[in-house]
Design a binder for this molecule. Structure first.
Ligand SMILES: *Cc1c(COP(=O)(O)O)cnc(C)c1O
Length: 402
């Protein structure tokens, strides 16, 4: 059975905590995590939740309670993970273009590190020699992912050390006797084609013989989830089968751990953004429903042309009409154009689905609006896990001069 919050639960949360409001469903995260665990049961797989998708401490704690590890994109995310109670050996920092000081800090925290540039690899070798095992983030030169903005493995991408520079990696590793414990790739986000992962595996398998202290192969994240009915989804059981076959057939890889870093897959579907309709505006082009949120709270439609399903929670049986759902930010701020929805009245509650990943996390105070509150529903209990901003928050770090 697929976990989903009912309209009544969503309305109750909105009425109790106000809107705009992010609501997350703990059991949905559990369900997604279990899908991975079950599919990969026959391989030595470790899951690292890519927490940049959603870092609320209560979410991190829930993910931790499931037995997951965590993958971080900044030193602060790593500190949040430690704060949430993950032991350092369950925290991975996959860096990208960061200052070496941050890598030193990660080393001092005792967490796993994937290094993504020759320059930082050299500094790391000089400072730590063989004393601290690290992974290297490679760029496989594979183009994959939902769109160019979220593709990270192609030959014009800034991410990772290009595989064609492998000889330079090997020179550094030999010169400083660096302890390379893992090879990492993350090819992009929203990869529905399982063969992309297989291609990545083949690229890494060719590289394995150059390193003799490997412990893991890290295949990154990027599993696609459906955003609308009929959308494709990464076939996880098929992926698990192909990965297992590939690793078992390789003389060295068969003894290595397989790491994955899913973000969206674990938390996209667990999240709902609820907003209310401020104004209806009939025009010759369309009927606008202006709502009390905007791309300051959910940037994916404007930033990635992402599609989010929307429903009118207040009038689920109303007659269907076409609306353009727009935000209140002074900028083009369109969530949906000419979308069929049950009749909307001013004051109605609308819900955006799949708002868990890169929703609140990418929110801002643009237009000096407050960031929304966040609520976690766990075992049918509602928990406020972040308060809505207040006016003081807007002023908090400002230094007023005379
Ligand atoms: C963002 C990111 C992920 C997660 O990507 P999803 O598409 O959310 O699964 C995994 N690994 C790294 C290194 C990332 O930067």
């Amino acid at each position: 059975m697929s976990e989903q919050l009912s309209n009544q639960q969503l309305l109750a949360a909105a009425q109790q905590f106000g809107t705009p409001l992010y609501v997350y469903h703990a059991e949905k995260i559990t369900e997604q995590y279990q899908k991975l665990v079950n599919a990969f049961a026959k391989s030595d797989v470790k899951i690292f939740y890519a927490c940049k998708a959603l870092t609320n401490i209560s979410i991190l704690k829930h993910v931790k309670s499931l037995g997951s590890n965590v993958d971080c994109s900044s030193i602060n995310e790593a500190k949040l993970a430690l704060h949430a109670g993950f032991s350092p050996d369950r925290v991975l920092y996959t860096s990208n273009g960061i200052a070496f000081e941050e890598i030193e800090e990660a080393q001092s925290l005792g967490i796993h590190i994937n290094i993504d540039s020759l320059s930082n690899l050299e500094k790391f070798g000089k400072k730590f020699g063989h004393s601290y095992p690290v992974g290297i983030r490679l760029r496989p030169n594979i183009l994959a992912g939902g769109n160019f903005k979220i593709s990270t493995g192609h030959d014009k991408s800034k991410f990772g050390i290009p595989v064609d520079q492998l000889d330079k990696v090997i020179t550094l590793v030999n010169e400083y006797n660096i302890h390379i414990q893992g090879l990492h790739i993350h090819t992009g986000s929203e990869i529905k084609d399982v063969d992309v992962f297989v291609q990545g595996i083949e690229v890494l398998f060719d590289i394995i013989p150059h390193f003799n202290e490997l412990k893991f192969i890290d295949l990154g994240g990027g599993f696609k989830v459906p955003y609308k009915h009929g959308d494709a989804e990464t076939d996880i059981p098929l992926l698990a089968q192909k990965v297992k076959e590939a690793f078992e057939a390789h003389p060295v890889a068969r003894n290595l751990q397989i790491w994955f870093e899913p973000g969206k897959f674990l938390v996209s579907d667990c999240g709902y953004l609820i907003a209310q309709v401020n104004v209806l505006k009939e025009t010759s082009a369309t009927t606008f429903a202006g709502i009390n949120t905007g791309f300051n709270h959910l940037i994916r439609p404007m930033f990635y042309d992402a599609y989010h399903r929307i429903q009118n929670l207040s009038n689920p049986d109303g007659q269907e009409k076409k609306y353009s759902i727009v935000g209140n930010i002074c900028e083009t701020d369109t969530f949906a154009w000419d979308r069929k929805l049950h009749e909307i009245r001013e004051g109605d509650y609308l819900v955006f689905y799949n708002a868990g990943a890169y929703g609140f996390e990418m929110s801002s105070n643009f237009n000096s609006r407050f960031k929304p509150a966040e609520v976690l529903i766990k075992e049918s209990n509602m928990h406020l896990i972040r308060k809505r901003d207040t006016f003081e928050d807007l002023l908090k770090n400002q230094v007023e001069i005379a």
